[in-house]
Design a protein around this ligand. Structure first.
Ligand SMILES: CC(C)(COP(=O)(O)OP(=O)(O)OC[C@H]1O[C@@H](n2cnc3c(N)ncnc32)[C@H](O)[C@@H]1OP(=O)(O)O)[C@@H](O)C(=O)NCCC(=O)NCCS
Length: 201
């Protein structure tokens, strides 16, 4: 089991201090009901490919199952407010690959830059070496529902490109999904996150 990590960043135009924190079991219990509401929002659910309503207990189970499979999961905060979650899942340590997924919970907070900021933070963590508390990945995939223009735009801003290779298509949940990829060199060349703080929980 990896040591839990937290990230803190305060970009000039952000609405507050941004925190991405790998949650403890107690944190997951605390925020499960709020996340269930966001997962069940019909708009969010359609874009995330969620087909079944989740209770708070389902969210706890979902986090535990993902954790057991080696995923790195984050709660996202602006100051003290939980605004969403994100994860790196299906991590292939040998190939240095994983898949990224994220959600800004409240629709009123979407489309205002938070998803981009948090995606940048988690990618910084994902590509950083373990000696700096990162995962040391080589590439990250994202599988996107075609109607999800907001998500696709975030990935384009990060430097992702569409990937139709067999390895990428394995990441698709549905045949219609678009799969995109970014490698470490591309990300690091485009994004230096000055004053991002990363440390054990
Ligand atoms: C996808 C998501 C995490 C992106 O976070 P966000 O805070 O909305 O993203 P940002 O505001 O940083 O960037 C979104 C970009 O897409 C554009 N956009 C287009 N349609 C949009 C829409 N319906 N919603 C949000 N942004 C949209 C925005 O204008 C922005 O582009 P710009 O910076 O060039 O103006 C968030 O919208 C969300 O949680 N959606 C529901 C769940 C989901 O789709 N998760 C991702 C599954 S892959």
């Amino acid at each position: 089991m990896s040591e839990l990590v937290r990230l803190r960043w305060h970009p000039a135009n952000a609405p507050g201090v941004l925190h991405a924190i790998e949650p403890t079991a107690a944190d997951i219990e605390l925020h499960a009901a709020q996340l269930a509401v966001a997962y069940n929002d019909p708009y969010n659910a359609a874009l995330m490919g969620n087909t079944e309503a989740m209770t708070a207990a389902d969210v706890v189970t979902h986090y535990a199952t993902m954790n057991a499979s080696g995923a790195r999961q984050f709660h996202l905060f602006v100051d003290d407010d939980l605004v969403g979650d994100a994860d790196l899942r299906d991590i292939e340590t040998g190939a240095g690959a994983a898949e990224f997924a994220f959600m800004i919970a409240d629709r009123k907070r979407q489309g205002r830059g938070l998803g981009t900021y948090f995606a940048l933070m988690i990618h910084h963590f994902a590509f950083a070496p373990p000696s700096e508390y990162g995962v040391g990945l080589e590439r990250i995939y994202a599988a996107i529902v075609p109607a999800n223009t907001g998500s696709r735009r975030v990935f384009e801003k990060l430097g992702y490109r569409i990937d139709d290779s067999a390895a990428a298509r394995e990441r698709a949940d549905e045949p219609s999904d678009i799969v995109m990829v970014i490698d470490r060199a591309t990300f690091v060349a485009q994004h230096q996150l000055s004053e991002l703080f990363m440390a054990p929980y």
